[in-house]
Write a protein of this length. Structure first.
Length: 727
């Protein structure tokens, strides 16, 4: 009898435990599907409960949860969560077709970004502002999850894509990689577009329950694959203007090119001091000029003179509004989309040789060791004696002959000393690889070359950095940062991200000993020196930049980590950057002893400028990627040496060493094994062979497909068993 009682006690205990576990499962599911109602039958199906005993326990468990006040019950026995959700507003980051993240406007409101499955997005698209209900419990991934309740504001309703026409209807396949839906177009709304042409399509309707949005073609760009069409597609995709509006153009044409004596009298006159510009050979807008003279006391005077754009572009004009809207010039692979009209950018404001020009300057008195004895900031007038291309000026230094070679040489000596001091103070030496394409008259890429940074580039860079630094410190020091100003800031890097980067570097055979925050710049500089000229240089530089915080414009007077400056701004390029115009306006205001304006409106302008800068960089990258894809489509069919530059569950990114073009070997096309993605170690592991493909592997690949629409290069490994090695 005793044994029987003991067994029945055990069974009862197990039954109670099973019942408790079931209740927890039901409660967790309902809390995770806040706002939805389910009956017992639906919950059995959702939870994939198969044994009859547990199935029979679902309904009683639900009634017990309802009686305990943990779930809600309707008269028809439908159950739902009673937990209170949070409601958050934020911006959509559409990661892939399956889910997106919502980046909250106020990060303190939630535990990180909110994951939203595609079914719960309510047709929200990338960068839309939305209102989200945050589920009370975390999802299976351990992430905070939620559901979009409302689209507050669409980021965009126009997309660029390629038309696919069938007998009864048509679709536009968007170029934009984060638009994961094709757009349905009635044949009557094609606006004359033909099959395979690139178009701009405007969303007109997206009814709830419809899988795809409906749109109307507003502009036909032309046949997909043609150079002009593809560049116009990129411009339309990133919202870049095709031409300058009439009103600001008219205003610019009406500005007089005469410089009045009254204006000259307000400025320091540098027209008799040796002055020159140094720019790329194909540049037309010369923002900055350098003046140089030896002072009677033996010290050197170096003036950084910047185009006085705000003398010509006045507040509340059409010119000002258009400059603010654009916020930056954009440099695509074959053209420049200027911030200012040509009359200003290439004419009135451009510091062309042998012409009097109005400038804003930061003038330094230095000793022979490049120590700044004193400096002066104010408006000047100059007369440039010479316009140098970088190559010319460098040749004069190298050969010690030609125009002003002695002055150029001494400026170069000063610049090297300034640069050394900067790195001694903790600046980080990022030397990114830039690729320039040689195009024929039709825009077809004939070849590419890696831009080489020589001493002359660094000379100009150092004096521009110095001017930017001193202008920022001048305003900050007036009232210890209480005066509203536009700063260029760069936060310290996240140590976790740096640790991850350090592990990547090890796979290339490089050790980074960071230890603490004050050793970061030294460790990074040591690494950057080690990788110069090596195949892995570009890959590691890009990874290092991605591990850093992003620089931005703000009125908050924080420092600049990368440059190791306590305060920094952008003063030196007002022809091509709106923030520099803001800096000039505020600087002149303070030089005239003006009171500090309220910061809020200036901060909004900073945020707008940072967004436009990011958009311009993405457009520039897209144009380069387009030419890379086209270049590889025309390249010789052969095996190329490359480096594994990224690994994901979808495939292996490889940068081809010879061309600096990146393509992907798709996992689905790797037939020699089934590969599992090890996210923590950023590698793929063959399930049968245990073969590993890791970031930094040296591989041989061949091109199997290029897609100009998607700007992708598909690769395959060539004899990857034998060819893959480690650095």
């Amino acid at each position: 009898m005793g044994r029987k009682r003991k067994n029945s006690t055990k069974q009862g205990s197990r039954k109670n435990q099973n019942s408790a576990d079931l209740s927890k499962r039901l409660l967790r599911f309902l809390d995770g599907h806040f706002g939805e109602q389910y009956n017992a039958k639906q919950l059995i199906k959702k939870l994939e409960i198969r044994d009859s005993l547990t199935k029979g326990g679902v309904e009683p468990a639900l009634h017990k949860l309802a009686a305990a006040g943990l779930v809600s019950k309707t008269p028809r026995n439908y159950f739902s969560s009673l937990k209170d959700p949070d409601f958050v507003e934020g911006k959509v980051d559409f990661v892939n077709p399956r889910f997106a993240f919502i980046i909250p406007d106020n990060p303190d409101e939630t535990d990180g970004d909110i994951m939203v499955k595609e079914a719960n997005l309510k047709q929200a698209l990338h960068h839309d502002r939305v209102r989200v209900m945050v589920f009370p419990t975390k999802g299976k991934t351990g992430r905070t999850e939620g559901k979009v309740l409302e689209i507050i504001e669409r980021e965009r309703d126009e997309f660029v894509g390629r038309v696919e026409i069938s007998p009864r209807f048509a679709f536009v396949v968007p170029d934009f990689k984060k638009m994961h839906k094709d757009i349905f177009v009635h044949r009557g709304d094609l606006n004359g577009a033909k099959h395979n042409e690139k178009v701009v399509v405007k969303l007109t309707e997206w009814r709830e329950g419809d899988k795809n949005p409906t749109g109307k073609v507003t502009q036909v760009l032309g046949q997909a694959g043609e150079h002009e069409v593809e560049i116009h597609s990129i411009m339309a995709e990133f919202g870049l203007p095709f031409e300058y509006p009439e009103e600001p153009n008219r205003e610019s044409e009406a500005i007089s090119d005469k410089i009045l004596k009254k204006e000259i009298s307000k400025r320091k006159d540098y027209r008799d001091v040796l002055t020159f510009t140094i720019d790329p050979a194909d540049a037309k807008d010369f923002d900055d000029a350098i003046s140089y003279q030896v002072l009677p006391n033996g010290n050197l005077e170096v003036g950084v003179h910047i185009a006085d754009v705000t003398h010509y572009v006045k507040p509340n004009t059409a010119l000002e509004k258009e400059a603010y809207h654009r916020a930056t010039s954009v440099y695509l692979v074959d053209r420049t989309i200027p911030m200012l009209p040509e009359r200003l950018s290439n004419g009135l404001c451009s510091l062309r040789p042998n012409e009097d020009k109005l400038t804003f300057a930061c003038v330094f008195e230095m000793d022979r060791d490049a120590r700044v004895i004193k400096h002066w900031i104010g408006r000047t007038i100059i007369h440039s004696d010479r316009r140098f291309a970088y190559e010319e000026a460098q040749e004069n230094i190298d050969k010690q002959s030609g125009d002003f070679f002695e002055e150029l040489t001494f400026l170069n000596v000063l610049a090297k000393k300034i640069r050394k001091k900067r790195f001694d103070h903790g600046a980080v030496n990022f030397e990114t690889v830039e690729v320039k394409f040689e195009l024929d008259e039709k825009g077809t890429p004939l070849g590419l070359r890696v831009k080489e940074r020589k001493d002359i580039h660094k000379l100009i860079e150092e004096f521009m950095l110095l001017a930017n630094k001193y202008v920022a410190e001048f305003v900050f020091n007036k009232r210890q940062g209480k005066d509203t100003f536009v700063y260029r800031t760069h936060d310290n890097p996240d140590m976790d991200k740096l640790d991850t980067f350090s592990n990547f570097a090890k796979r290339f055979g490089h050790q980074m000993n960071i230890g603490s925050e004050n050793k970061i710049s030294g460790a990074l500089n040591k690494l950057m020196d080690e990788i110069q000229g090596k195949p892995e240089q570009n890959v590691l530089e890009q990874l290092a930049i991605r591990s850093m915080a992003k620089a931005k414009y703000t009125t908050d007077p924080k420092g600049h980590f990368g440059l190791a400056f306590p305060h920094y701004t952008h003063f030196t390029s007002p022809i091509r950057r709106y923030p520099d115009m803001m800096v000039h306006r505020l600087l002149e205001h303070y030089l005239q002893n003006g009171k500090s304006p309220e910061a809020e409106s200036w901060e909004k302008k900073c945020e707008h400028s940072s967004e436009r800068e990011k958009n311009a960089a993405n457009a520039e990258r897209a144009s380069i990627k387009y030419k890379q894809v086209e270049f590889m489509s025309l390249a010789e069919e052969k095996d190329y040496e490359g480096i594994v530059s990224g690994v994901s569950e979808w495939g292996v990114f490889v940068e081809i060493t010879e061309t600096k073009c990146e393509g992907m070997v798709r996992v689905s096309e790797m037939k020699d094994d089934y590969y599992d993605f090890d996210e923590k170690n950023m590698r793929l592991i063959g399930m049968r062979s245990k073969k590993m493909i890791t970031l930094g592997d040296k591989v041989m690949v061949r091109v199997v497909n290029t897609d100009i629409d998607r700007r992708t290069i598909d690769l395959e490994f060539a004899n990857n068993d034998e060819k893959r090695t480690r650095f």
